[in-house]
Design a protein around this ligand. Structure first.
Ligand code: FEO
Ligand code: CA
Ligand code: CA
Length: 714
């Protein structure tokens, strides 16, 4: 778990919810030496730094907590060429969601809602694995959209592809009577494990817009659940069939049941859905002592033993089944248009903790996939297919992801980024370092990247190529373990609490090029706090800054939107997580604007625009979980706890009232049963740009105007 702390007080406050990634540092930095050059690089390059000094002066107003609105309002925003014109919402923390004026936000689907035909109505007190296998899961990190029919770009009917990343047993399983108790959930039963496994994976649902409102199409032939419990998945690519992937249940090393820890992901140009297996270490138990894969597993934090699955499924016991953990940590390709097709784990893209896998087509037709490995001091990767994308023959692209070159990024102080291929046989990826094949290199991609001298980053999350500008954006969410002597150009702060965003520039827009350029776009955190050492455009408002950049999206105009995951950091920042628009071009480059805010203790995921930019889908994860224990006004957590701190730094009276997302804390702290559970836990929201009043700057008409103006910008 990553602990966050106040930059000012140094007091640890909470865990970031992408919580399975902790900050154990098991090795030295692979590329020492560039840290001492960063000051020169920043001084030469970063316009924002110069601006920052002015910004800190201008914004030196009290900004902690929710007060000082008048002081914040004093910030002057000069009139300039804004590409976003919606009226931003304010930072804050309460029990519900908020969207910019002129927009609407509606719940589209929730945990337990039916997905496939025959799904029973959701009954949180009588769950079963069989029911959950037909129902929507929760903790949705990824949202993809594919207009129907394929190739139409239809913005009003399509398939929504959504990941179900993990489960919180304490939130998921209600106690019928009495006060919540963590002990109640400490020993999962076999039935609970089965339900958990069924709740992992993902869903494909057909949705359509009727009379201005989105709805799920019931019993669509496309509707599908993919689970950790029962979905057969093929293993393909260079590592398929390798002895290190063989198990007693699968002597072929080519077939595995299930996919787990699917964080973000991607949609390919040929309309397939990439599920990214991230913190798969959490599901394995056992000991590494005398284990044949000890070095490999240790590099991936295996076994983490966060779930009790090994108790009932021996394949999750690394001592009973020593190779099973090598069959997770991959990118899984699913064809949403073929609901009976077998998903494939594409080993050519490497094995690590994949946050996402967004792609683009290079000018020569090869497909480029960008991947972040979400761990402190982990790396940024790029995969380039050997074959070329055929826009006229969908089937011809079916196995494009099985052959190509995986590379890892090494950043240099002169503003260049060199992509280092992970190729067996090229030094140092040779038998001298215990690599006997390309399969070995891919299975131990992290160790291969260590040896190549890749640059350790501050937890790479989403990486998104911008199809309009040709640039690439990298979310680096935080890394509190980075020491002062480990600062370098692309990771410019020690004890990085708030994260930052990098902008990569492929030369001439060529995403296959061996060398890119890079810039720090923003250093996140409160610009009014000297300790935060944040860097934004000086025109930023008091609500325009954020922390913990995690998921992101590019809209049809090539504008960047950032979803945040502070974990419990909202206690210190004074604002819940949300979605911010971020200017990347022109004089306002580096200015954020808050569009959407999630309920207390949640993080925001997705986001995904329809092709016409009129609807934005977002996923709200783990409402009332992260940091809620530090908020006495809210009064309880979504999961039972033995301890509840007597006081916390943040208090909001709004949480005393019965919210739409969650029952009143007072009621639920003393009562139990379904009302303290699901309707609220996780939802995917559709924010309909079409339903604004038209008179507000954030209305649908303004979005259209934004698009036209955006098209004129470089
Ligand atoms: Fe599952 Fe990297 O967040
Ligand atoms: Ca996250
Ligand atoms: Ca994420």
């Amino acid at each position: 778990m990553s602990s966050r702390a106040s930059a000012g007080s140094g007091a640890a406050v909470s865990s970031k919810h992408c919580r399975m990634s902790d900050h154990r540092v098991k090795r030295p930095l692979a590329t020492p030496g560039i840290g001492d050059l960063i000051s020169r690089r920043l001084a030469r390059r970063e316009v924002l730094s110069g601006s920052l000094l002015a910004a800190v002066g201008a914004l030196a107003v009290p900004m902690a907590g929710l007060g000082s609105r008048a002081a914040r309002a004093a910030v002057v925003r000069p009139p300039t060429a804004e590409r976003f014109t919606f009226e931003e919402i304010e930072h804050g923390v309460d029990e519900t969601h908020h969207v910019a004026p002129g927009y609407s936000a509606e719940v589209l689907i929730r945990w337990g809602d039916p997905v496939v035909p025959g799904a029973p109505p959701f009954d949180p007190l009588n769950q079963s694995a069989e029911a959950q296998e037909k129902q929507f899961g929760y903790n949705n990190d990824f949202v993809g959209y594919l207009g129907l029919p394929f190739g139409s770009g239809n913005p009003e009917r399509g398939l929504l592809c959504v990941n179900h990343e993990y489960t919180n047993p304490g939130v998921m399983f209600a106690k019928r009577r009495g006060r919540p108790s963590r002990a109640r959930f400490a020993i999962p039963t076999s039935a609970r494990v089965e339900i958990e496994m069924a709740a992992h994976g993902g869903s494909i649902i057909e949705i359509e817009k009727q009379a201005g409102r989105w709805r799920v199409v019931p019993d669509s032939p496309f509707n599908r659940r993919i689970t950790a419990r029962s979905t057969p998945i093929e293993i393909s690519g260079p590592a398929a069939g390798d002895p290190r992937l063989r198990t007693s249940a699968d002597p072929s090393g080519r077939r595995v049941i299930g996919t787990i820890a699917n964080c973000a992901g991607g949609m390919t140009p040929w309309g397939t859905y990439l599920m990214a297996e991230e913190h798969f270490d959490s599901y394995f138990s056992g000991t590494l002592e005398t284990h044949p894969e000890a070095r490999n597993f240790e590099r991936y934090d295996i076994p983490r033993s966060r779930y009790a699955w090994a108790r009932y499924h021996k394949r999750f016991d690394i001592n009973a089944e020593p190779n099973e953990a090598n069959r997770f940590g991959w990118i899984v390709e699913v064809d949403p248009l073929a609901p009976r097709s077998t998903p494939k784990k594409r080993t050519a893209l490497g094995r690590f903790k994949n946050e996402g896998a967004e792609s683009t087509v290079s000018r020569d037709g090869r497909v480029v996939v960008y991947q972040g490995d979400d761990g402190p001091f982990e790396y940024l990767y790029r995969f380039v297919t050997e074959g070329r994308f055929d826009p006229n023959d969908r089937a011809a692209n079916r196995d494009l992801l099985d052959r190509g070159t995986l590379s890892v990024a090494r950043f240099h102080e002169d503003g260049s980024l060199v992509w280092l291929p992970l190729e067996f046989g090229e030094e140092p990826l040779t038998p001298a370092n215990d690599f006997a094949s390309q399969a070995d290199v891919l299975i131990e991609a992290r160790r291969a990247a260590d040896l190549l001298g890749a640059t350790p980053m501050d937890r790479p999350e989403d990486v998104e190529p911008n199809p309009v500008t040709g640039k690439v954006y990298v979310m680096l969410t935080s890394n509190v373990e980075r020491a002062a002597e480990q600062i370098d150009g692309p990771n410019p702060r020690d004890r990085n609490l708030f994260g930052h965003i990098l902008e990569l520039t492929p030369p001439g827009g060529d995403h296959t090029a061996p060398v890119f350029g890079w810039e720090v776009l923003v250093r996140c955190g409160d610009p009014g706090s000297a300790e935060a050492d944040a860097a934004w455009n000086p025109s930023i408002s008091a609500n325009g800054w954020f922390a913990g950049p995690d998921n992101c999206a590019i809209d049809g105009q090539g504008r960047l939107w950032i979803a945040s995951d502070q974990g419990g950091g909202w206690v210190e920042s004074g604002t819940a997580d949300g979605l911010w628009a971020l200017e990347t071009e022109g004089p306002l480059r580096g200015m954020g604007r808050m569009f959407f805010r999630v309920p207390i203790g949640a993080e925001l995921c997705g986001p995904r625009f329809t092709p016409d930019d009129r609807t934005l889908f977002v996923a709200v994860q783990h409402v009332a979980v992260s940091g809620v224990e530090d908020n006495p006004a809210f009064g309880r957590r979504a999961r039972p706890s033995r301890t509840r701190p007597a006081a916390g730094p943040t208090s909001t009276s709004a949480c005393r009232h019965g919210p739409p997302w969650w029952p009143s804390p007072r009621t639920t702290a003393e009562r139990s049963g379904p009302e303290r559970l699901p309707p609220i836990v996780i939802s995917t929201l559709a924010s309909d740009f079409d339903s604004g009043s038209g008179s507000q700057v954030g209305s649908a008409r303004s979005i259209g105007a934004d698009r036209r103006r955006g098209g004129a910008e470089p």
